[in-house]
Design a protein. Structure first.
Lengths: 289, 254
């Protein structure tokens, strides 16, 4: 029985690993040949394109910049809210109120992203009555809607992280006379930085890949580098989506796969950044005098 | 109402504590003498830990509700710690606590002491280091760790970790120490070290110790209190230490 369980768990891990390797291999096989600087910068000079002095046509730079801005903004907007809510639910909320809040978070997590996109779209139509008439779908609206989409991951990360600490660990700070703020900043949050990092990685990945939300809230095929937070923008998942749907030549399809690889690399870099940040913060907490 | 301890520093009147509507303590009366080790005995679940945690209002952190009065004499002044005006943070520094299993932070040995110390007092790094050395000496840990203060406290043995927890509490200048079965997770030798340490500390501090062992109680206690079973209200009986055959006596009560 014991060996059967071990065998089964090995098989499960291998299947998972094989699926991942297969996926990446497939993407490289299909998109590898189109991976070059031209895919990113088109016909423009690299330096001029990076400084925004030359427009990039038929290159992915605008979409990459759009996605990067979008993800950072969405996580930036959602992280304080989500982590704060998680802290509240783990440490302060009790009884019926806590159950209701948790139910609402579960409900939010189960809303399809296209519905959230539609909500953003309807919101801007409504806001036009208050804001100037030219208010329209834009980068900021997309980021806000993505923020709603990823909120549950962040709430769960903080809440589960804190809940997983033993009662005696949670009582260290209070038993030494620390205030709630001191206990949170100097003991509890550093102790839960790992699960919170996990939540942020999950949220980043989700925000980077989602297409349905941005489709309805401001992503377009041709916008160039994002002019401001209140303009339309390009994004990698949107590029992949419409390339897959409307490609006319094999080269175009290959560019779509190339964009997939770039999106993966972009997400991976953001994960790496988050991991380095968490490691640095934890080291600083452990060694500070 | 049982008789008052001679020269008490803690007087609990009609104390009730409930978690989620379930009473763990109900109408408890008790007085504890200063300087020396007061040992609380009783079956598990009878409210020993809850009583301990109500003396530094830690039950509130776990969602407990408390009624009644708990008077404590701190630096010569009596205060009802359950009063709304009580500064809980100050109270918890003065009434320090050590838990059942050592709960050191996964940071360096030094930082385990200096982090709460500096947050509470805002003292300088140098002052904190002085204080750290003093309390590490007080718990007889200095010789064992002074070469490796920057290594992680998690690498220490269980007994050393428990002494570090004690030092962390002592650094804040407490007057009363609450210890919840401080040796229950330790081996025989480490327990002996802790017990010797507690006897040392008993000359300067008031100790309230929850114990699970009669033998340990006999070795440590100046006063013994036993939680009685059953009844509408929680009752604690004070047992004279001098009683012959105290083991049998305590056993009969439990």
């Amino acid at each position: 029985m014991r060996s059967a369980i071990i065998l089964l768990s090995w098989i499960c891990s291998l299947v998972f690993l094989a699926a991942l390797v297969l996926l990446i291999f497939f993407l490289i096989h299909e998109g590898g040949k189109s991976l070059n600087l031209e895919l990113i910068f088109g016909q423009a000079q690299i330096l001029e394109a990076l400084t925004g002095n030359a427009p990039v046509f038929k290159g992915l730079l605008p979409a990459m910049t759009g996605t990067l801005t979008l993800v950072l903004l969405a996580v930036g907007l959602a992280a304080p809210l989500g982590l704060g809510a998680g802290i509240y639910l783990a440490l302060l909320a009790r009884g019926r109120l806590k159950r209701y809040c948790n139910f609402c978070i579960d409900l939010l997590a189960s809303i399809p992203s296209v519905v959230i996109g539609l909500f953003g779209f309807a919101l801007i139509l409504f806001l036009r009555r208050i804001l100037p008439q030219d208010a329209t779908t834009c980068l900021f609206l997309s980021a806000g809607c993505l923020g709603i989409l990823i909120l549950p991951y962040l709430v769960w990360a903080a809440q589960n992280g804190l809940d997983s600490l033993t009662a005696e660990t949670r009582l260290i700070g209070p038993s030494l006379g620390l205030s709630l703020r001191q206990n949170l900043l100097h003991i509890l949050l550093p102790l839960t930085s790992r699960p919170i990092l996990g939540g942020i990685i999950l949220a980043t990945g989700r925000a980077a890949e989602d297409t349905a939300v941005i489709l309805l809230t401001g992503a377009v095929a041709n916008a160039g580098l994002p002019a401001s937070l209140f303009h339309k923008f390009e994004a990698l998942p949107f590029f992949i989506y419409y390339t897959a749907a409307e490609y006319r030549t094999p080269e175009e399809l290959s560019q779509g796969f190339g964009a997939c690889l770039i999106l993966l690399a972009l997400s991976a870099s953001l994960f790496l950044l988050a991991i380095i940040l968490e490691k640095g913060l934890t080291r600083a907490w452990k060694n500070k005098q | 109402m049982e008789e008052q301890a001679i020269d008490p520093v803690i007087i609990v009147r009609n104390l009730s504590v409930a978690f989620g509507g379930r009473h763990v303590l109900a109408g408890l009366n008790l007085s504890l003498a200063g300087r020396g080790i007061n040992v609380l005995l009783g079956r598990s679940g009878c409210g020993k830990t809850t009583l301990l945690r109500s003396l530094n209002r830690l039950n509130e952190e776990l969602g407990g509700k408390t009624w009644g009065e708990a008077w404590i004499e701190l630096h010569g002044e009596w205060m009802n710690i359950l009063d709304k005006a009580t500064n809980v943070h100050r109270l918890r520094q003065k009434v320090g606590m050590v838990f059942q299993s050592p709960n050191v932070l996964p940071v360096s040995i030094a930082r385990n002491i200096t982090l709460p110390l500096r947050l509470n007092t805002g003292c300088s790094k140098r002052e904190a280091e002085h204080r750290m050395e003093a309390v590490l000496r007080q718990v007889h840990l200095w010789k064992e760790v002074n070469e490796r203060l920057e290594t992680s406290a998690s690498e220490l043995s269980g007994g050393q970790q428990q002494r570090l927890c004690l030092a962390r509490t002592l650094a804040l200048n407490p007057e009363i120490l609450l210890l919840d079965e401080p040796t229950s997770s330790l081996d025989y030798k480490a327990s002996q070290t802790i017990e010797a340490l507690l006897r040392d500390l008993a000359t300067d501090y008031t100790l309230v110790v929850v114990s699970h062992s009669l033998a340990q109680t006999r070795r440590l206690a100046k006063e013994i209190f036993i939680f009685e079973e059953g009844g509408e209200t929680s009752r604690v009986q004070r047992v004279p230490r001098e009683v012959d055959g105290i083991e049998e006596y305590v056993n009969s009560l439990l």
